[in-house]
Structures are given as structure tokens and as C-alpha cells.
Ligand binder design. Structure first.
Ligand code: A4P
Ligand code: MG
Length: 184
């Protein structure tokens, strides 16, 4: 039997019905494994050329797929949700990034894990800390909560809890895995 890997996936959207895209991604990923946790959703200032604000979130997926087939599944889900690839960091209906794949470290032509810019970005760390505060990021083995604390100390801002109007958001199947809202 294939070995299950706990993946952490980052979700981003700044075009169209942003939260509906997250709900669709949640449903599509549930076909590939068990979505064990879904973070709170944050509205974040865009990094890059696009000026539209993003929603960002993160989820934990326990799944049998190896990283490359999982990436292929993520790209399919992005396309099914209207993602059109333009210039780098262009506006997008749905972006699904592999943030962590268990304790794996890999760099191929198509996939780098852990996500190379995970450490520096509030829009990745704030959702991720909701569901993975104690998880260690290889190869440094630093905890997500410590990376998040460092980002907070830098005072860059641009990340706020999203009040959650619009389409109903995915719920975590195990709410005890999610840091309470009052912490943010
Ligand atoms: N790829 C390599 N490693 C990975 C990985 N760990 N996860 C490759 C996913 N993909 C990975 O991605 C290009 C290629 O990266 C993929 O085909 C895959 O083979 P893309 O999604 O088409 O391109 P991109 O997202 O424009 O570029 P990049 O460099 O991946 O950008 P990032 O780092 O994902 O940043 N601002 C806010 N507020 N919130 C955001 O979510 N996101 C970005 C994109 C920019 N600004 C943002 C946000
Ligand atoms: Mg991407």
C-alpha cells in the first residue's frame, strides 16, 4: 500500500469569487485524500504586479500521491477553476501551492518543496500557523510558529482575518486542529 504523506497546501485567489474558489478546491482535493484541517481565511495585500487583494488560506491533506502527481492534480484543479497562466505573479482565480510534503525536501524542474518563499511571506505563514504551528520545516527544522513570530516582528502587515462574507467557506473536519480565531 502506498505511504500516506501529510501535505500542507497554500490557497490564493484575487480574481472572481475568491472564497467560492476555495470551497471548490476543498471539494476537489477531498477526492485525492483526507482534508484534515482548513485554516482561517485571510485577506492580504498583493505582492507583485496585480493590485487586487488576495484571499489566502492553507489546508492539510493526507494523501497517497507522490509530490509530482499531487502537483499535477493541483494544476488540474486550478485550470478547472478558471486559472489562466500569464506573467509570473499575475492575478489568478486560484493558486494552489505545495508548501510542505511531510519531511521531504526536493527540488526538481517542476517542484520545489518546502515552498522556497514560505519563510518570508505573511500571506503564507498566517494561514499555515493556524493548522501547523508545531510542524517543523525542513531542512532547518524550524517550527512554523517561530517563522510566523519572526514575520510578525518585522511588522510588514498586509494580512488581516477575512470577515467571511459571500459563499460559505470550507470547514475543517477536525476543528481542534485549528488555532482559535481570537489568537489573530
Ligand atoms: N512549482 C515549483 N514548486 C512549487 C510548489 N511548491 N508548489 C512550479 C506549486 N508549484 C510549484 O507556478 C509556476 C510553477 O511553479 C508551477 O507550474 C510549478 O511547476 P504558478 O502558480 O504558475 O506561478 P506563480 O504563482 O505566478 O509563480 P510563483 O513563483 O510560484 O509565485 P508564488 O510564489 O506562488 O507567488 N500576493 C498575495 N497577497 N497572496 C498570494 O497568494 N501569490 C503570488 C504568487 C504573488 N503574490 C501574492 C500571492
Ligand atoms: Mg502556484
Amino acid at each position: 500500500m502506498a505511504k500516506k504523506t501529510r501535505y500542507f497546501i497554500g490557497l490564493g485567489s484575487n480574481v472572481g469569487d475568491r472564497s467560492a474558489a476555495f470551497t471548490a478546491a476543498h471539494a476537489a482535493l477531498a477526492a485525492h485524500g483526507v482534508v484534515a484541517a482548513f485554516s482561517h481565511v485571510f485577506e492580504t495585500a498583493p505582492l507583485g504586479p496585480s493590485t487586487a487583494p488576495y484571499l489566502n488560506a492553507a489546508l492539510a491533506l493526507d494523501c497517497d500521491l507522490a509530490p509530482e502527481p499531487l502537483l499535477a492534480a493541483l494544476l488540474d484543479i486550478e485550470r478547472a477553476n478558471g486559472r489562466v497562466r500569464g506573467e509570473r505573479w499575475a492575478a489568478r482565480t486560484l493558486d494552489l501551492d505545495v508548501l510542505l510534503a511531510g519531511d521531504l525536501v526536493l527540488a526538481s524542474e517542476t517542484l520545489t518543496v518546502p515552498h522556497p518563499r514560505l519563510h518570508e511571506r505573511g500571506f503564507v505563514l498566517a494561514p499555515l500557523v493556524c493548522i501547523a504551528g508545531d510542524v517543523r520545516v525542513p531542512p532547518s527544522q524550524r517550527r512554523v510558529i517561530d517563522l510566523y513570530a519572526e514575520w510578525r516582528q518585522r511588522g510588514e502587515g498586509g494580512v488581516a482575518l477575512w470577515p467571511g462574507t459571500g459563499a460559505p467557506l470550507p470547514r475543517s473536519s477536525d476543528a481542534s486542529r485549528v488555532v482559535p480565531l481570537a489568537t489573530f
